[in-house]
Design a protein around this ligand. Structure first.
Ligand SMILES: CC(C)(COP(=O)(O)OP(=O)(O)OC[C@H]1O[C@@H](n2cnc3c(N)ncnc32)[C@H](O)[C@@H]1OP(=O)(O)O)[C@@H](O)C(=O)NCCC(=O)NCCS
Length: 154
């Protein structure tokens, strides 16, 4: 008999101000150009959908989604580096997609660095398609890096 290993299911809950210092520590470990605490605080105060994933009360991931007029824009989606590669990114995205549907989103959009192969593979496996390139969108060590714009119909 073969056993299929599945990740322990995280709990999802809305992000709160008290999470932000921990989130910024994860953010700095996960991204070369991380968001500041103020970026997250502004998203919370603006009423964006900001959620965290917890495993036994340890915050291991989060996402920020802006939705309006049937469109959803994924502004941030991140798994804490020690927890990456164990299926939590996929679970986070599934929660994000459920949240988006709940807000009446018909099309989800995101931008990703073309060099971010793990993220692109995850998004493609969920059905996202590349639809455009934004030239010089991101800061990079050598000048600027393009953004690949991806879209998913929900
Ligand atoms: C992108 C990210 C959210 C993926 O989360 P994760 O928990 O590592 O991903 P999962 O373990 O759920 O893997 C899901 C899929 O991602 C892809 N993937 C994950 N790690 C990968 C790697 N090292 N190389 C290639 N593909 C990878 C695979 O397609 C994988 O599917 P599979 O397990 O069926 O092969 C995570 O790497 C992350 O937070 N990165 C830093 C922040 C970031 O870049 N966010 C995206 C900004 S647009």
């Amino acid at each position: 008999m073969s056993a299929i290993l599945r990740p322990a299911l995280p709990d999802f809950r809305p992000m709160a101000n008290r999470d932000l210092e921990h989130i910024v520590r994860i953010e700095r470990a996960a991204y070369p150009y991380p968001w500041s605490l103020g970026n997250f605080r502004d998203c919370l105060h603006a009423g964006y959908s900001c959620w965290v994933a917890e495993l036994e009360r340890e915050l291991i991931g989060y996402f920020v989604l802006l939705s309006a007029a049937g469109e959803g824009h994924i502004l941030n989606c991140c798994v804490s580096p020690p927890w990456q590669g164990r299926g939590y990114g996929r679970l986070l995205m599934e929660q994000l997609m459920d949240t988006a549907r709940g807000h009446g989103v018909e099309f989800l959009f995101l931008e990703v660095r073309p060099s971010n192969a793990p993220a692109i593979r995850l998004y493609e496996s969920l059905g996202f398609e590349g639809i455009a390139l934004r030239r010089g969108y991101y800061p990079a060590d050598q000048g600027r890096e393009d953004a690949l714009v991806m879209r998913l119909g929900l």
